[in-house]
Every structure is written in structure tokens, then in C-alpha cells.
Design a protein around this ligand. Structure first.
Ligand SMILES: [Zn+2]
Length: 204
């Protein structure tokens, strides 16, 4: 069921021109990330048309809109690094396993309707946790590459300060986590207290 919805979404995208300057910048940033991660995740880059967006479909196809080619390098790096984080941390596999737990057999209304509520809630919680984890993974990599918090702030604020949605935590909470990680990197000695309180806030 999950796989079919990702397949359908993948087919809805229109490929961006492969030889545009924007696509070239996206590919260069992608290659830079591949080169800078010790064991690069198995990811296929696909540049598409449309407004600023990046997402991983089917656990390995990184769909990036060509608008990402207009971002400053630091923001483009984080946009892609966040998605690398989803792949490196096995988020697709975790979500697929959650679906299988609730819908082990054939997908029919009789099998999916009774579990839709609880599956929806658990998938929602998992999605938020995955977003925080991908932000953290991507931001640490961004710092390793010499870019600072201003790039994370700028990227997260590009869609304005959004509230919690089904798939993404509120911008304010994502920014809060990035600030905590930033201070942890700069002051590893006083790391643990802040992180614990932040995790508590996540599950509220
Ligand atoms: Zn994400």
C-alpha cells in the first residue's frame, strides 16, 4: 500500500531539463554529499520541475525540484543532507514495517479500515520522529562541511513558520532542535540536559 502510493507520486513528477545550470548545481551538491559521507547511502537523484521541494520516495529515489538550484549552497546542502539522513537511518524500512504490522495480508477495505485510526496515529508519530532525526543527521553533516546555523534557519523559514502537520513538526520545534545540536557541537561537555528535555517535548 505504501509502496503503491510512492510509485504513484513518483510518476506525477516531470523531469527537469538535465542540462540546465540549476540541475547542474543540484547534481554538484549531491556529489559533494556523496563524497563527504563515509558510507554514502544508496540514493538515485532525480531532478524535477516545480516549486522548492525534496523528498525520498521508495526509500532510495531522491526527488529534488529544480528550484533547489537557486538556493545558496549551504541551504541546498542541508536540503539534500536531510533527505540523505532519511535514507541512512532506514526510515522507509521502518515505516514499511509499521504498515506490515497493521496490514500483514492483502490490502482490502476489510483489512485496512479497522486499523486506519491507530495506524494513522502511529505513522504520524513516526513521521515526526523521523523528521527530527533527519534534521539532526543533516545538520551535523552540514556543520562538518563548514556551514553554520544561519543556513538551517534560512532553509527552515523558507516556507514560513508552519505549525505541526501530519508529516512534519512545526518549524519552531525543528529550529529549536537545530539550536540544541548546534550548541552540543560547540560545547560537547554540556550536551545531555538539553537533548533530554527536547525529546520529552517531541512526544507531547
Ligand atoms: Zn524529511
Amino acid at each position: 500500500m505504501l509502496e503503491r502510493s510512492h510509485q504513484m507520486r513518483l510518476h506525477q513528477f516531470e523531469a527537469a531539463s538535465a542540462d540546465s545550470a540549476r540541475t547542474a548545481r543540484i547534481r554538484a551538491t549531491f556529489e559533494r554529499l556523496i563524497a563527504s559521507t563515509g558510507s554514502p547511502p544508496d540514493v538515485e537523484l532525480r531532478a524535477v520541475t516545480g516549486p522548492l521541494n525534496a523528498e525520498v520516495l521508495l526509500g532510495r529515489v531522491l526527488v529534488v525540484s529544480e528550484a533547489a538550484g537557486d538556493l545558496p549552497e549551504g541551504e541546498r546542502l542541508l536540503l539534500l543532507a536531510h533527505e540523505f539522513g532519511h535514507v541512512a537511518l532506514g526510515h522507509w524500512q521502518a515505516l514499511a514495517a509499521l504498515y506490515r504490522t497493521h496490514i500483514p495480508g492483502e490490502v482490502r477495505p476489510e483489512t485496512t479500515d479497522p486499523v486506519a485510526g491507530v495506524l494513522g496515529l502511529q505513522a504520524h508519530r513516526m513521521a515526526h520522529r523521523h523528521e527530527f532525526e533527519a534534521d539532526a543527521w543533516g545538520y551535523r553533516l552540514l556543520r562538518q562541511l563548514g556551514f553554520g546555523i544561519e543556513h538551517a534557519m534560512a532553509l527552515l523559514m523558507r516556507r514560513g513558520a508552519t505549525v505541526d502537520t501530519a508529516t512534519h513538526p512545526a518549524t519552531r520545534r525543528r529550529l529549536a532542535q537545530v539550536r540544541v545540536i548546534d550548541s552540543q557541537i560547540d560545547h560537547p561537555d554540556l550536551a545531555s540536559g538539553h537533548a533530554a528535555s527536547l525529546v520529552a517535548e517531541r512526544d507531547r
